[in-house]
Design a protein around this ligand. Structure first.
Ligand code: ADP
Length: 487
């Protein structure tokens, strides 16, 4: 891909999460894998990300060599200069800059947002805009992700200094539920944004600052992570007060489904599971199931299906349906294993369900990457009853590992999982109604199919395992978006 002058288009990924060094959710996975695919598709892409606590240690631990760029980057914010050291690394072929500064020594994401807790994100965006001088490489397009880098398009449009510098930006929405909302004072005075940046048609939102809204309005183009979610977010039911802005901006909005790092998520080569397996030889999966059941303290020889969930335990993911259905799930004979942590009321609901059904339900509380691999590999059914789901990666990972998904037909789940009982067949079980009855209707069909028809079950597993979840197609769509912007 080239610009009008014939040189390759340069894209800087501006992200506050980067797998495997600072992943919190799907955004981290995407930032860690999409640039590699873009590079292969011929895009000159580089990545900038904060060096949150522990990140540089993980980089060193993974064997990636780093060098310190001679020049630091500076941002003027809150009436002082914020400087950052630029640590350069080649991460699997992608030039990546880690910004090391006092601003990034706190927790990665604040529990409560206000001017002070939001400031690392504004500072990061300004330092990303300053990076070009330190590295002698100027991006044509800044590709930003979620509210945490949404200040960058705002700065390009409305900052006293940066609006003079030019530059195009893309805002990719991984989850519109998180918008970066906080009190305007003293942000408006301290940020360097022009006073007119705070109006109902820019970043003002019911008297508050809304960084994501600003980013959507200010960006040259907007994308989100599945075609269905791109349509859903324009409706009041989905995004409430923000839906008007998204509807208004729809001409610059497109939906591109996420891919997976299929080398990392590969049951045939995964080192975190006790026995590898593939489409050609499924035997190892039974070993993984045994090991998983042992870890859960359940009978490893059970013939019953094992339902697994790997998830943040937040309202979005529909776990209130899961714990409210605990008794019905136990009655099917299936085992239910959940890995995750999140909101107290959901963790408590699951713990109570576990107490009432100790032989069939188990919560592994916490974030545990290696265990997540064992869950994907050792499960029979993957349950994901999301209330909303921008794209969802877990359902794709589970299919790669031959664990058949049961999902609600929403967002990216609707674009990736197709019910086996459709005339044309499918790769999972789906339901529409967001309640216990809806979920149990699909889950019971899955459990019965597993118990009653092993041949058909194997066919469904193989269907999912054979899906193309690589980034190839989607990287092509991102490339087309960059090309459109360069016209
Ligand atoms: P979201 O981004 O909304 O959290 P996705 O399905 O897009 O959901 O991505 C979730 C990613 O985070 C997947 O890679 C999943 O395996 C991982 N994940 C979620 N919870 C945990 C956990 N408790 N332990 C390990 N990995 C987790």
């Amino acid at each position: 891909m080239t610009t009008k002058s014939g040189s390759a288009v340069k894209v800087l990924f501006v992200t506050t999460e980067l797998a495997p060094f600072s992943k919190v959710g799907g955004l981290g996975d995407v930032a860690g894998s999409l640039p590699k695919a873009l590079k292969q598709a011929g895009v000159d892409v580089r990545v900038v990300t904060p060096a949150w606590p522990g990140v540089l240690e993980k980089v060193a631990g993974s064997g990636v060599k780093t060098t310190t760029v001679k020049t630091k980057v500076y941002a003027a914010y809150d009436w002082r200069i914020h400087s950052a050291e630029v640590i350069k690394a080649n991460v699997e072929g992608v030039t990546t800059y880690f910004l090391k500064a006092e601003d990034y020594t706190g927790s990665q994401y604040p529990y409560q947002l206000n001017f002070w807790t939001a400031s690392p994100f504004a500072v990061f965006c300004m330092q990303a805009l300053e990076l070009k001088d330190a590295i002698d490489w100027e991006p044509d397009i800044y590709h930003c992700h979620d509210w945490t880098s949404a200040f960058l398009p705002c700065a390009l449009a409305w900052h006293r200094h940066y609006r003079q510098t030019g530059g195009k930006s893309i805002m990719t929405l991984h989850n519109v539920a998180y918008q970066g909302i906080f009190e305007p004072s003293p942000f408006l005075e301290a940020s360097g944004l022009e006073p007119w940046s705070f109006s109902s048609s820019t970043m003002e939102f019911y008297g508050q600052v809304n960084l994501l809204k600003g980013g959507i309005v200010a960006a040259t183009a907007v994308s989100t992570v599945s075609p269905t979610y791109a349509n859903e977010i324009q409706t009041y039911e989905s995004t409430r007060e923000l839906s008007g802005i998204l509807y208004h901006q729809r001409s610059k909005l497109r939906g591109i489904i996420n891919g997976l790092d299929t080398k990392f998520w590969d049951p045939a080569g995964d080192k975190a599971i006790p026995k590898n397996f593939s489409v050609k030889d499924l035997k190892g999966k039974a070993e993984c199931k045994k090991e998983l059941l042992k870890r859960a303290g359940l009978d490893p020889k059970t013939k019953d299906p094992v339902i697994v969930c790997v998830s943040r335990l937040v309202e979005q993911k529909g776990f209130d349906m899961v714990f409210n259905a605990a008794h019905q799930i136990a009655e099917t004979g299936a085992k239910l294993l959940i890995l995750g942590s999140g909101q107290d009321w959901i963790e408590n609901g699951i713990l109570q369900a576990q107490e009432a059904n100790p032989d069939s339900i188990k919560l592994f509380k916490g974030y545990d990457e290696p265990l997540s691999h064992l869950m994907y590999a050792g499960g029979d059914i993957f349950l994901m009853p999301s209330v909303f789901e921008p794209c969802g990666l877990s359902q794709m990972i589970s299919m790669r590992y031959g664990t058949v998904p049961v999902v609600r037909e929403v967002g990216g789940l609707r674009d990736t999982v197709f019910d086996v009982d459709r005339p044309e067949g499918g790769n999972g079980f789906t339901f529409q109604t967001c309640d216990v009855d809806g979920m149990m209707w699909a889950l019971r069909r899955a459990v019965e199919r597993y118990n009653d028809n092993k041949d058909e079950w194997k066919k469904i597993m193989l269907e999912g395992m054979s899906e193309d979840f690589t980034w190839d197609k989607s990287a092509g769509q991102y490339k087309a978006m960059y090309e459109d912007l360069m016209q």
